[in-house]
Structures are given as structure tokens and as C-alpha cells.
Design a protein around this ligand. Structure first.
Ligand SMILES: [Mn+2]
Length: 465
């Protein structure tokens, strides 16, 4: 991003907040099993958004009352340079994003102490890493278990208002990531055949991102057990009649995410039963997409998808009653226990660390605690600039069938005796990424991801050539 972009973003935030000291902790290196064997470094996304500095060991303040912005950090020692190579100096890093003042990291506590002594309000974000909890404790004297509740709601809301509306530069970065994610998926369509292992497909998918110099936006799901929603093990061998579910996406060098899902028959064709469920799923997908435009709550798109799924399950003899009522009461969640989609940007679930209530729900909208609806991360009325996923799915979860049946849940809607024959169906979904425009919604990406059954077969065959 350009230097001016960061200057402009901070100016907007200062204007919104009006006063106080805004504290941003950058991420640190984290050891997997000992200090020098680290996880891949990932900068905090709000830190990236306002300061663009992709280095470990930094913190920044925006001191609105004193009209100052400071980057705190330490210069590399010769020992650091010997092991990790050289980097720009701290002041070079800071001036690249429009900040002229830098101080050693050890001065941050003094700076904050002075602010607190003067009665300034220090705004901080809820921590999601253990080292940040300890750091906040040292800096502010707030015990870790009290920190989330004491985090600044004003700062959270101001950041969410900004980051929820993607500008042209961001949309371009996201589309780059979506295109790369589509290429990852096309590699899988080519490879899904009987005898292949899940791990081989996952490796081929991830290679596309790595080969391009990118990383993954989240751990890949590549499984023939798609009903397990976050299935991160690659332990099965693909066999005739399986449905292979891939949920994978790339992260660009500027750290924007793409997030797509595909469902692919392992055999040459879906069985008739699989094709029926796949097409019900497609109907639910486009019923949701038809709703997407400014002013419409995303919850309505979710309900539209849930209604279509209930309708389809009724055609299959697995549900009864009024599909619209099945959607509103939550009976649909037997087959679709998750949400329709989520915001996407610098994080694949954008700003989930700041709280779904603030990101995906408008003021006065309460997030439901009911099974199904509680997993709806995005419900608020849509606005131009929102970028999010659409990902309805149909899942047959034996444990859920048994639990609901034993509890006599929704017995006016669910035909439990018919369900038994479907226990081993597994699950399927597709997922695409959309942008809300001034008049409607635009599908993101320049490369077609297969959606219809014909397109799925074509993508499979292309791979066999
Ligand atoms: Mn997703």
C-alpha cells in the first residue's frame, strides 16, 4: 500500500476517536517448541492496516491529544543481523509509512505512565495472544482476565467502521488473493480421483500458493468427511463414491485473504442422490446471492439459503412442514449448522479478534445463542465496500441426528426415521467471495471457479488431459 494510504487511515481514525492515546501492539515471534523454532510470523492485522510495518517486535501509539504518532521498537544488534540478515533502521521503517518519531521499545511504558499520570485515556484492543496479555499487564497494570472487558469499545467500533469498508486498493489486493485461491482449487479438481490421499490433494493445492511466493490464509480443509466442519487432518484415501470437500485460500504479500470452497465427486460423476443434494445446495447458494445489495441484512440472505435447504430436504422426504418456518425456527440447522458467511479482508474472518458482535452485527442487533444462528458471524445490513464470503452447505452429521432425535427436537420438521439411510452421506458446500457495490453485489475474482455440476465435470476432465 502507498504511504499516503496509512497517513489517511490514521487521520480518519483520529477524527473518529477525537481524543485519547491509542495503543497498538504489534505481534512478536512465537516459539512452537522452543524460542528459536518459531511459527511463521504474522503481523497483527489492525497494526498492518494503520502502520503497514510487517516486522516483529513493534508497538505504536497515536497520541491524539498531543498530535503525535510514535513507532516503538529496537534496532537490530549485530547478533540479530548475523542470524536473520539486515533490515531498514527503525526510523526508515517508520518514515516509509509517514511517521517521523521513533523510540526504543523500553520507552513505551514510560510514555504510557506519563499519559496515565496526566489523566489521558489509553485505548487498547482485546488481546488474542498470551504475550500481549502479559505485555498489557506490564504496561497498564490490568490483569489478563480483565483485559477483554476493559478493552476500548470506542476504538473497536472506530476500527471496525473503517476496516469493514474496503477501498479500491484493498479490493484489488483481495481479488488477487481470490484469483490465486481459484487456481489452488482448480489444481484439486484435476487431482481428485480414487486411490489418491487427502494429503496429496492438500499438498498440490498448497503448492500453488507457495510456488507463487504466497502463504495460506488459514489451514486447508481437504477431506472426504466434509460434515466435520473444521476437519484439518488429511488422513483418508479417496474412494469411489466419496465427495471431496476443499476449503482453502491464499494470503497475498499484503496479507489480504481469499476463501473458497469446492465439492468434487471422487468418481467420474456424482451419484443421483449426491447430484440432487448438490443442486439443492446450488439453489440455496443463489437464493442467498439474489438478496445481496446495500441495506439488506445479511441475515435475510442466510434465511433465504436456509429456506431453500429446508425446501430441498422436504423434497427428499427428510423434512416436513413449512420451509420458511423451518428456517426461522432453526430446524434447518440439522443440515446447515453454520453461518452463511463472514467478513473477509486482512483476516479470513475479518476482525474476529475485535468481536463478531461489533463486526457482523449492527448496534441494537443481538447475536443469537441458538444452535445454528449462533454461528452466523455476519447478520447486519449490507453496505457498499463490505467484502464477505457466501458458503451455504448441506451436511449429514450422525452425532447431531442422534442428539436431536433423543431430545425430540423439531420433530414437526425433521423426519427422523428417514434420516437413518443418510447417515453416511457426509457433506458438501461451495464458497465464493462478494463485494457490495452501490447498487448490488459483485462476485470477486477474474477466474471462474466451477459451480454447476457440468462445470465441476469439465474441471475434472481438464485435469485428466
Ligand atoms: Mn469461509
Amino acid at each position: 500500500m502507498k504511504k499516503d494510504t496509512y497517513i489517511r487511515r490514521r487521520a480518519t481514525l483520529k477524527r473518529e476517536m477525537g481524543s485519547g492515546l491509542l495503543l497498538f501492539l504489534g505481534n512478536n515471534e512465537v516459539g512452537m517448541n522452543y524460542a528459536d523454532n518459531t511459527y511463521r510470523f504474522r503481523q497483527d492485522s489492525s497494526f498492518l492496516y494503520f502502520f503497514g510495518l510487517d516486522y516483529a517486535g513493534l508497538a505504536s501509539v497515536i497520541d491524539i491529544d498531543n498530535d503525535t504518532e510514535i513507532v516503538f521498537g529496537n534496532e537490530l544488534t549485530i547478533d540479530d543481523i548475523v542470524w536473520t540478515g539486515t533490515q531498514p533502521t527503525l526510523s526508515e521503517k517508520a518514515s516509509a509509512v509517514g511517521i517521523s518519531k521513533t523510540l526504543p521499545l523500553g520507552d513505551l511504558k514510560k510514555y504510557i505512565n506519563r499519559s496515565l499520570a496526566k489523566g489521558q485515556t489509553v485505548h487498547f484492543l482485546p488481546p488474542y495472544r498470551g504475550d500481549h496479555s502479559v505485555w498489557l499487564w506490564e504496561l497498564l497494570g490490568i490483569e489478563p482476565k480483565a483485559q477483554t472487558a476493559m478493552a476500548s469499545v470506542a476504538l473497536i467500533k472506530a476500527i471496525v467502521a473503517q476496516r469493514n469498508h474496503k477501498d479500491e486498493e484493498e479490493i484489488q489486493a483481495i481479488e488477487e488473493s481470490v484469483d490465486l485461491s481459484t487456481k489452488m482449487h482448480l489444481a484439486a479438481y484435476r487431482m481428485v480421483l480414487p486411490g489418491v490421499h487427502e494429503s496429496q490433494v492438500a499438498a498440490a493445492v498448497e503448492e500453488v500458493a507457495c510456488r507463487n511466493g504466497n502463504v495460506l490464509a488459514f489451514p486447508t480443509i481437504a477431506t472426504v468427511q466434509g460434515q466435520v466442519l473444521h476437519n484439518h487432518g488429511f488422513i483418508h484415501q479417496l474412494k469411489e463414491g466419496d465427495i471431496f470437500l476443499l476449503d482453502a485460500g491464499a494470503e497475498t504479500k499484503e496479507h489480504y485473504a481469499g476463501d473458497l470452497s469446492s465439492s468434487i465427486p471422487v468418481s467420474e460423476r456424482f451419484t443421483d442422490r449426491q447430484a440432487e443434494v448438490y443442486n439443492i445446495h446450488l439453489e440455496s447458494f443463489y437464493a442467498a446471492v439474489d438478496k445481496l445489495k446495500p441495506g439488506v441484512p445479511f441475515r435475510e440472505a442466510h434465511i433465504a439459503a436456509a429456506t431453500k435447504i429446508a425446501e430441498g430436504m422436504k423434497q427428499l422426504g427428510l423434512m416436513k412442514g413449512d420451509p420458511a418456518e423451518a428456517a426461522e425456527t432453526g430446524a434447518y440447522a440439522m443440515f446447515f449448522p453454520c453461518g452463511l458467511g463472514h467478513m473477509m479482508g486482512l483476516d479470513v474472518h475479518d476482525m474476529e479478534n475485535l468481536g463478531e458482535q461489533y463486526v457482523g452485527y449492527a448496534d441494537g442487533m443481538e447475536k443469537s445463542k441458538q444452535f445454528g444462528f449462533k454461528s452466523l458471524r455476519l447478520a447486519r445490513p449490507l453496505e457498499p465496500g463490505f467484502v464477505f464470503t457466501v458458503e451455504p452447505g448441506i451436511y449429514f452429521i450422525p452425532e447431531l441426528m442422534d442428539k436431536w432425535r433423543a431430545e425430540h427436537l423439531f420433530k414437526d420438521f425433521i423426519c427422523y426415521d428417514k434420516l437413518d439411510a443418510w447417515r453416511n452421506f457426509t457433506g458438501l458446500r461451495n464458497e465464493l467471495n462478494y463485494l457490495i457495490t452501490s447498487t448490488g453485489a459483485r462476485l470477486l475474482g477474474h477466474i471462474k471457479k466451477p459451480m454447476t455440476i457440468e462445470e465441476v465435470y469439465e474441471a475434472k476432465n481438464n485435469n485428466l488431459k
